[in-house]
Structures are given as structure tokens and as C-alpha cells.
Design a binder for this molecule. Structure first.
Ligand code: SAM
Length: 248
């Protein structure tokens, strides 16, 4: 079986499809990017409201059934490799196996509004705040670039073939970062280190990743001891950013 076939859960619940279109607040001024268009069920509805829809679908067997309207352009290829066209909204029932890389690729490209379907567990991690068990690197990295919110949970039975888990529709609105950090690349490595051992104190997680971070163990002396005695999952993104700044 081709690698992308396992991602083929088609959304067949008409009411959920209609609500996705409503969340998108589409007008003829919009150019929508759709990733993983399948056989074009969502595409056809997007095309009725938007000025243009550009659909990327990797499966060449499905691609011929996507273009059901004049204003639909189909790109047959891998959404992690194809160059993204110009678009201002991205509305998709995403292929779940590429949820994380495709989200970061989209955020790097920029857009006004995203209405994106993810696995529910993944969506909970996207929107989580400090103190929650779902809070971690993904929450911090995505929320650094965008405001994210779960709009609704979608039952697995809304799909043919039903996936093993439920899904959720997430609104993603890129905005300037809500706090400053001196070196974003270092901060991203720092949170990778901080959450690499969730059950440990932050201090130990940093110590065990000192080589990866390119810091000396003595650098920890620069950090407030009461904070690094805590676990990363209890510390806010802003506070983690301050710690990261102290290390460089
Ligand atoms: N949009 C349709 C719907 O809502 O029913 C299909 C959604 S289905 C969850 C995901 C689709 O993404 C599948 O058609 C699959 O072939 C396609 N896909 C999987 N990996 C992909 C990739 N890397 N790039 C582009 N499309 C991909």
C-alpha cells in the first residue's frame, strides 16, 4: 500500500463540511489553499464561496476527481515538498501523518486564517497552556507564531473510513509573537531540551541536553534556581523564553 493511503479518511458528514466553510468566512476575494484534497468533497464547497482554490493532493488516482469547478487548481504532489502558491486562507482536513511539519511549513509561509482538522489529541497539544498535561514543545512553538483555538471536536464516524480516534477543527490565526526572545532558534532547541524529560526537573533536563544546546554545565548558575527546580510543564512560555535568553 502507498504511504499516503493510510491518511485517506474522507469527511462525509455534510453538516461538518458546511461548518468548516462557515468558519472560513469566505468571500470571492479569498484564495484558499487546501492540503490533501482527497476526491474533492471539501474542495467543491470551498470553490463555491472563494475566488480561487488551490488543492494539493499527493495521490494521482484521486487527483482527477478534485477539479469540479473552474476556479479550482490542482497540484499533484507532496505538501511537504511542493512550493506553496500565494494564498491568504488555508482550509483543510489535513493528512494526520504530516500534521506537525505541515503546520510549521504553513506558519513559515504566512496566511490570514487557517481552519484545519487534526486528530483531537494533536489539537489538544496545539492549544494547551502551562500546567496542562498536553502542554509542551508543540504548544509553545505554534503559539509563538499564532493564536490557536479548538472550534469543535468531530466524531470519527463523520469519516469514511473512520479513523481510530476523533478529530478536531482548529482555527489558526498568525500574529506577531506575544513575547520577545533573543534567539528564536536557540529557544526552540531549549524547549526541545526542556520537554525531553517531562517528569524531571527542568534543571536536569537542561543538564542532560547541555551538549545539544552547546552550553557548559556552569551556565545553569545564571538561571533562577527556584524556577529550574520545577518541571517544564508548569512554566509559562514567557518564563521559558526568559530562561533561554539567560543562557545565550
Ligand atoms: N480533503 C478530503 C476530505 O476532507 O475528505 C481528504 C482528507 S484525508 C484526511 C487526507 C488526504 O491527504 C488524502 O487524500 C491523502 O491522499 C492526502 N495526503 C496524504 N499525505 C499527503 C501529502 N504529504 N501531501 C499531499 N496530500 C497528502
Amino acid at each position: 500500500m502507498k504511504w499516503y493511503k493510510k491518511d485517506q479518511h474522507f469527511l462525509i458528514d455534510e453538516q461538518v463540511l458546511e461548518r468548516i466553510i462557515e468558519y472560513g468566512k469566505l468571500t470571492k476575494a479569498d484564495t484558499v489553499l487546501e492540503i490533501g484534497a482527497g476526491y474533492g468533497n471539501l474542495t467543491a464547497k470551498l470553490a463555491k464561496k472563494a475566488g480561487k482554490v488551490i488543492a494539493i493532493e499527493v495521490d494521482p488516482e484521486l487527483a482527477p476527481s478534485i477539479k469540479k469547478a473552474e476556479n479550482v487548481e490542482v497540484i499533484i504532489g507532496d505538501a511537504l515538498k511542493e512550493e506553496f502558491p500565494h494564498y491568504n486562507k488555508v482550509i483543510s482536513n489535513l493528512p494526520y501523518s504530516i500534521s506537525s511539519p505541515v503546520t510549521f511549513r504553513l506558519l513559515q509561509h504566512g496566511f490570514e486564517l487557517g481552519i484545519l482538522m487534526y486528530q483531537h489529541e494533536f489539537a489538544k497539544r496545539l492549544v494547551a497552556s502551562a500546567g496542562s498535561k498536553d502542554y509542551g514543545r508543540l504548544s509553545i512553538a505554534v503559539q509563538y507564531h499564532a493564536q490557536v483555538e479548538i472550534l469543535e471536536v468531530v466524531s470519527r464516524h463523520a469519516f469514511s473510513t473512520p479513523p481510530k480516534v476523533d478529530s478536531a477543527i482548529v482555527r489558526v490565526v498568525p500574529r506577531p509573537p506575544p513575547y520577545e526572545v533573543r534567539d528564536v532558534d536557540f529557544f526552540m532547541k531549549f524547549i526541545l531540551a526542556a520537554f525531553s524529560q517531562r517528569r524531571k526537573k527542568l534543571k536536569n533536563a537542561i543538564l542532560n541536553n547541555a551538549a545539544m544546546l552547546g552550553i557548559k554545565e556552569s551556565a545553569l548558575e545564571k538561571l533562577p534556581q527556584d524556577i529550574i527546580e520545577q518541571r517544564a510543564e508548569t512554566i509559562s512560555p514567557e518564563e521559558l523564553a526568559k530562561l533561554s535568553d539567560l543562557l545565550i
